[in-house]
Design a protein around this ligand. Structure first.
Ligand SMILES: C[S@@+](CC[C@H](N)C(=O)[O-])C[C@H]1O[C@@H](n2cnc3c(N)ncnc32)[C@H](O)[C@@H]1O
Ligand code: SF4
Length: 531
């Protein structure tokens, strides 16, 4: 395994100042957290100059944020002024304007030294969907990058250092390598730095469709990507749940910010931002949707802002918090990140204790569920663990049946909202009900038309054979074996499929080894598949 990914440059404890100097933008990205700026007025040139003077007193580095900073008509003047104060200048851009003839040269001449360019898509169609602009702009962006490459070749004395940022989300799932190839072609030798991030919930709902994706799948893609990353390219992870990158946590930019106690000042809403000084205890208390990570030993050093209950676009995927393949201790990760130096973690531990006090997160989920139409079926309880499930009581032939609905192993349609993936059901009570009763119950559930009928693709799994088989395993090995649950120490069940009158249980060992066995619904003793 290639581990030599370019080390994340340590910023030497120097903070930078992020200046939001405009709310203009030429894209309407579906996930954008800059979306709502009601009441925010673009600062005038005089005000920007004051901000720059102020920044020069506290920091040597300014990052111009946007929305799209380069759209300010006076941007060249702003840059020249910043340069006159001896500030290092970076512009964060979606790259569209770089396609204007001669603009890259003008920026460099005015004193810009770094470009942070967002690049999230592997093809024009997803680009158009994600940015809500024309697919033609994808070529425009590639042209802009080519301009930077040409400029850097011709003017090495005024070369622009490019850091590309790619957020992992539903529209680029499985496309990371394609994105890298495009960037290599467009930027050539100027593609020296790549940051990978994930989406944080935008403060206001910006998009109707789910933006998140199953983390386990993404993790495999990410690991493959990191393993094949050229060692000379600087690679960093930002806004990335650490459990998404087991083994690569040391590349986490946020972790470094935190360790280095970096403060990033930002003029927008007058707040100081970034992980470094992030008061995650208070933040966590204010945003209980992040409870899914509450037991994670990496939380204190992780931003974990991935999900927001009740949000369509940032609603958790069926795998809210994946289990790291290699469970690491906080200390181990910190030691890796700080290059082997022992770092005190007391401060982190204190904060960790603080947020333990938040009220039961299930309530939030239950409230959300309660607002949905359940066609008269009674939601009895909500169990939100790593593999969330909820139970419904169904009256069938005058008898009550408790069904546990839980996510399918593979959602049939990943673009559907989270809850619609609760498609596999198991009978919880009574044990081993008559098949006719289960069928009546399922019919009742279907008649409730919730979730919408066409999404009940998990019908095959709503099968009493499977339920009985599950119960049989439960009785035999003393545990339930629904997908994702620990079936025996070190073994996680991956799949339980009906197979004729029996069923096949596939389990995965910690080491990745898979085992499966054909089990009868009514076991007759003997060794189980777990040996
Ligand atoms: C807000 S944009 C501003 C600069 C410029 N307009 C651009 O798109 O690059 C800066 C970065 O924030 C990222 N961003 C926007 N919304 C986000 C979200 N909800 N979660 C995580 N990153 C987000 C974008 O991908 C972009 O890389
Ligand atoms: S280009 Fe940047 S600022 Fe504009 S909508 Fe997209 S992410 Fe937001």
């Amino acid at each position: 395994m290639v581990r030599a990914v370019g080390a994340l440059a340590r910023s030497g404890g120097k903070a930078h100042v992020a200046l939001n100097i405009t709310n203009r933008c030429n894209q309407r990205c579906v996930f954008c957290f800059e979306g709502d700026r009601r009441g925010w007025k673009e600062p005038g040139l005089g005000q920007v100059k004051r901000l720059l003077r102020d920044a020069a007193r506290t920091s040597g580095h300014v990052v111009f944020m946007g929305a799209e900073a380069l759209l300010r008509p006076d941007i060249l003047e702003v840059l020249r002024f910043g340069r006159s104060l001896d500030l290092e200048l970076t512009a964060f851009t979606n790259g569209q304007v770089l396609a204007r003839e001669g603009f890259v040269e003008q920026l460099a001449e005015a004193g810009l030294r770094n470009l942070d360019v967002s690049f999230h898509y592997a093809d024009p169609e997803s680009f158009a969907r994600g940015t809500r602009t024309s697919a033609r702009n994808f070529d425009r962006l590639l042209r802009g990058l080519a301009h930077v490459r040409n400029h850097n070749r011709q003017r090495p004395d005024r070369a622009l250092h490019v850091a590309v940022e790619t957020e992992l989300f539903s529209l680029n799932r499985g496309r990371l390598s394609g994105i890298r190839r495009l960037l290599e072609r467009a930027l050539g030798a100027s593609f020296t730095s790549h940051r990978l991030g994930t989406l944080s919930p935008a403060p206001d709902e910006v998009c109707e469709e789910p933006l998140l994706e199953p983390l386990a799948v993404r993790r495999r893609e990410l690991v493959r990507f990191l393993e094949t990353q050229p060692p000379e390219r600087r690679t960093a992870l930002c806004k990335m749940p650490l459990c998404l990158a087991p083994g690569w946590e040391h590349l986490s930019m946020d972790l470094h910010h935190k360790l280095d106690r970096l403060r990033v000042r930002c003029n927008f809403r007058d707040r100081e931002v970034l992980a470094a000084m992030h008061d995650f205890a208070a933040d966590f208390a204010a945003n209980p949707y992040r409870w899914v990570c509450s037991d994670c030993n990496l939380l204190p050093i992780c931003r974990t802002e991935r999900t927001r209950w009740g949000s369509r676009s940032f609603g958790p995927t069926r795998e809210q918090k994946p289990i790291p393949e290699t469970v690491r201790s906080l200390e181990e990760v910190l030691a890796r990140a700080s290059g082997g130096q022992a770092r005190p973690v007391e401060q982190i531990e204190t904060a960790r204790r603080l947020w333990r006090g938040i009220p039961a997160p299930e309530k939030h989920f239950a409230r959300w569920l309660g607002s949905l139409r359940m066609g008269g079926l009674r939601v009895k309880e909500v169990a939100c663990g790593e593999h969330p499930a909820f139970d419904v009581w169904v009256l069938a032939s005058g008898r009550r049946l408790r069904l546990r609905l839980s996510p399918l192993e593979t959602p049939a349609n990943p673009s559907r909202s989270y809850l619609l993936h609760y498609l596999s059901a198991s009978v919880v009570e009574p044990l081993a009900p008559p098949e006719s009763l289960v069928k009546t119950a399922l019919a009742r559930l279907a008649a409730a038309a919730w979730p919408p009928l066409e999404s009940w693709v998990g019908y095959a799994a709503l099968d009493s054979t499977l339920a009985a088989a599950g119960l049989a395993v439960w009785r035999r090995w003393g545990r339930r074996v629904w997908p994702g649950e620990e079936a025996a120490p070190g073994w996680t069940s991956r799949r339980l499929q009906p197979a004729g009158g029996s069923f096949r249980l596939t389990v995965e060992h910690r080491s990745g080894r898979l085992a499966d066995a054909l089990l009868r619904s009514q076991p007759r003793g003997g060794r189980g598949p777990l040996g």
